[in-house]
Design a protein around this ligand. Structure first.
Ligand SMILES: [Zn+2]
Length: 480
């Protein structure tokens, strides 16, 4: 590519989407893009891993209608206020006005919970854990970018109902663990879970916990959040169950939204380099590209390529041969741009020596592997790739997490480095909102919240904004 990720991340991101053929932005509706085959093939693998994890934890799949009647939508007051500005409405069918406008789902609480109230009667109907992999639509007014923010995006939403608060709280912890198992360990995207401040909660929730990740330019990208909804929605939608004493009680609820689209944006950005995508081995649509090198006996090379492909496929790998009439150099660059983890070069030399030349995308190195050892060795390399990507991502994340104890120090860190900065702060309740507004205005950062996993209490520290006694350490940063 012509643009370096470190010099100009934003342009690099635009360029890689075009060069690796991930999305086509020329679709003629503003804020909507075409997701191209290579991107969809990768995201389908991401979906599959996430769905497997959800189902392992007893979440069941369902497909809910994309339209939500206005009546449902207006049941929970905070929720409707929070989403009002972003909803697309369908008002006509053919040439007739609809009797009741239908919302294109911006999220599915109000579709699902209406049904939950019918499905849940007794305690034995709980827990109820339903998820769907789907698109949602929001009329974004901020500028849109493929995979980062769109008027249509692709995600998973999981909605649960329980008979006790404790069960709902446990679900929140399980959501965090799933994020760790899949987004971090499989997709190589590090994050911190924050409890969002009072002023930044999901509309209708008691608490919101969100996983913030980091982009290469030091800006923060929110990844999945999990919400403790308490009984707010259950009361609004009348989701009740008969408990063991014959008493009617409202269900306790949670919801969790891993947005595959946005995780893909992080995956591109965190792992990629100036030659294109670098993909975790499991997520690569093609894991090994075999490239025949023109020789005095092309037939022989072709036969060998087929043979190697068969061996790899029998071992469970996704292998392809690029037999197009482009030059080997072109093919090398092309598949490197696409992030194919391994390339096997096959020419006369390899045929004679019975050693395959294998080029590794992640470190750019070439090695020779004896033909009969190819399967075993590739298994080792797959582990090596994952370890490399994880470590590099984790190191970057740690390097970009700092502390500041005064506004000047914070300003300096944000200017020079970006990333997350931990500061002593007065309050994450609604009375801290004013200090957050000042931070936004002065430094264009906002409070992400208190870290969920590590509780650190400031002693004798002052809020860096107002100078009052600090009750919390919070993290701040510039947000996407
Ligand atoms: Zn303050």
């Amino acid at each position: 590519m012509n643009i370096s990720k470190n010099d100009n991340f934003s342009e690099w991101f635009t360029e890689i989407i075009k060069e690796a053929e991930l999305a086509d932005l020329r679709y003629n509706v503003k804020g909507f893009v075409v997701n191209m085959p290579w991107a969809v093939m990768i995201m389908k693998k991401m979906y599959a891993l996430y769905e497997e994890e959800l189902e392992k934890n007893n979440h069941l799949p369902a497909w809910f209608p994309a339209v939500i009647p206005k009546e449902n939508f207006e049941i929970e007051k905070e929720h409707v206020e929070g989403f009002k500005a972003e909803v697309f409405w369908i008002t006509r069918g053919g040439d007739k006005e609809l009797e009741e406008p239908l919302a294109l789902r911006p999220t599915s609480e109000t579709a699902m919970y209406k049904m939950f109230s019918l499905w849940i009667q007794g305690k034995s109907d709980l827990p109820l854990k339903i998820y769907q992999s789907t698109q949602v639509w929001r009329h974004e007014t901020k500028s849109t970018r493929p995979f980062l923010r769109g008027r249509e995006f692709h995600w998973i939403e999981s909605h649960c109902a329980f008979s006790s608060k404790k069960d709902a709280e446990d679900q929140v912890l399980q959501d965090m663990q799933m994020t760790e198992n899949i987004m971090h360990q499989e997709f190589c995207i590090p994050f911190i879970f924050f409890q969002r401040p009072e002023w930044d909660k999901f509309p209708g929730a008691i608490h919101t916990y969100a996983a913030d990740s980091l982009m290469p330019d030091g800006r923060i990208l929110q990844q999945p959040s999990t919400h403790l909804l308490g009984q707010n929605f259950a009361k609004a939608f009348n989701i009740t169950f008969l408990d063991e004493n014959g008493k009617n009680d409202f269900a306790w609820q949670t919801c969790y939204g891993p947005a595959i689209w946005r995780m893909f944006a992080s995956l591109i950005s965190v792992s990629g380099d100036d030659r294109g995508l670098i993909l975790p081995f499991k997520l690569a649509p093609y894991q090994i590209m075999i490239i025949p090198i023109h020789s005095k006996d092309d037939k022989k090379i072709e036969k060998k390529a087929e043979e190697v492909k068969k061996t790899l496929e029998n071992a469970g790998f996704r292998a392809r041969i690029d037999a197009s009439n482009k030059s080997p150099g072109f093919k090398f660059n092309f598949w490197e741009m696409k992030g194919v983890p391994l390339r096997i070069e096959l020419g006369d030399k390899e045929l004679e020596s019975k050693e395959l030349t294998v080029a590794k995308r992640f470190d750019g190195k070439k090695i020779k592997i004896k033909e009969e050892q190819i399967v075993e060795k590739i298994k080792d390399i797959a582990v090596e790739i994952q370890r490399f990507l994880l470590k590099r991502a984790d190191d970057f994340f740690l390097d970009n997490t700092s502390k500041a104890y005064s506004l000047e120090e914070l300003e300096k860190t944000i200017k020079e480095k970006g990333g997350f900065v931990m500061i002593p702060f007065c309050s994450v309740e609604i009375d801290g909102k004013e200090c957050n507004e000042k931070l936004k205005e002065r430094l264009h950062v906002d409070v992400r919240g208190e870290r969920f996993d590590v509780k650190e209490n400031p002693e004798n520290k002052k809020c860096v904004v107002c100078g009052k006694e600090a009750k919390h350490y919070v993290y701040v940063g510039k947000q996407y």
